[in-house]
Design a protein around this ligand. Structure first.
Ligand code: AMP
Ligand code: MN
Ligand code: MN
Ligand code: MN
Length: 284
């Protein structure tokens, strides 16, 4: 697929190294089929998919950017910070991610206990059957189990009924702090980007505080065009970028074919007046 003008950029996507449906190679293949020219794999809290993704991207002539999506707790809520153009061999980043991954297995057991109380047996083993990377058991894997077993019609419904914040099988987590996440990414030579701001349920005052805190911590970018935003939110966050002097990023947040609003490489264009996170990275 080709876009009417400009470069086809997609800097947010997931593979089986976290909660995606496709291997890093298969995500690269789909990116190539959809005409992506600059691509980042950004698995949750995990770098292990990057070497295979890079090799596959290069074989397709796609410029590859190493990425990661870091889970952060801010104001008692989960916020995602994407790190782009990171050196995946950086020890501070690697150790930081290993540290926040640790809590996932204990949380998964607690989720399974809550589901058991709701009459859903064996959810831990059930979810694990969908997991490729045992350190990265996620709510998405539980959701796949619940849908396939007929407890819910869709993954979105699972989050609404069971796994979303405050729902009966929700288990709170302490992820990284905002300062930790931005520091790890920056020390690894990357740019920190606020992922899909439109998804967070903050008040206007909290959003202002989040953007200010992020900027003071050394964050540089914000996602404007993302598969996690409704189209009416694009203008809202373009305006935030202008006000705070953030560079903008864009990405489908692809998890698998038919899984999100946007397929990989099928994004509407970024508003032309905005500086982009990728402007200094282009090699062609
Ligand atoms: P976790 O990191 O284990 O807390 O899982 C979070 C992941 O669940 C996100 O990265 C999304 O892929 C997925 N997710 C969260 N909310 C929803 C939703 N309402 N519908 C579908 N997927 C969701
Ligand atoms: Mn996800
Ligand atoms: Mn996210
Ligand atoms: Mn994501």
């Amino acid at each position: 697929m080709t876009r009417p003008s400009g470069l086809n950029v997609d800097l947010h996507s997931h593979s089986t190294a976290s909660d995606g449906w496709l291997s890093p190679q298969a995500v690269a293949q789909r990116a190539a089929d959809n005409g992506v020219q600059l691509w980042a794999l950004t698995d949750h809290d995990e770098l292990s998919g990057l070497p295979a993704a890079r090799a596959a991207a290069e074989s397709h002539g796609i410029q590859f950017i190493s990425g990661v999506e870091v889970s952060v707790t801010w104001a008692n809520r989960t916020v995602h910070i994407v790190g782009l153009n990171v050196d995946e061999r950086n020890v501070a980043l690697y150790d930081g991610l290993a540290y926040i991954r640790q809590g996932r297995i204990v949380r998964a057991q607690a989720i399974a206990d809550k589901l058991e109380q709701l009459g859903i047996a064996n959810a831990y083993d059930g979810a694990l059957a969908y997991v490729s990377n045992p350190e990265l058991i996620s709510r998405t894997h539980f959701a796949r189990f619940l849908v396939d077993k007929g407890y819910s019609p869709t993954i979105n419904d699972v989050f609404k009924r069971y796994l979303g914040d405050g729902k009966p099988a929700y288990v709170p987590m302490q992820w990284a702090t905002l300062d930790e996440a931005v520091t790890w990414i920056t020390q690894a030579g990357g740019k920190a980007v606020i992922a899909h701001p439109g998804r967070y349920e903050f008040t206007d005052l909290q959003f202002e505080a989040l953007f200010r805190h992020f900027k003071e911590a050394g964050g540089v970018g914000i996602e404007v065009i993302t598969g996690s935003h409704r189209s009416d939110q694009y203008a809202t966050y373009a305006q935030v970028a202008r006000r705070f002097g953030f560079e903008v990023s864009c990405g489908s947040d692809f998890h698998g074919p038919g899984k999100g609003r946007l397929d990989i490489g099928c994004l509407p264009p970024t508003p032309a007046d905005l500086a982009t996170v990728w402007q200094d990275w282009l090699t062609t």
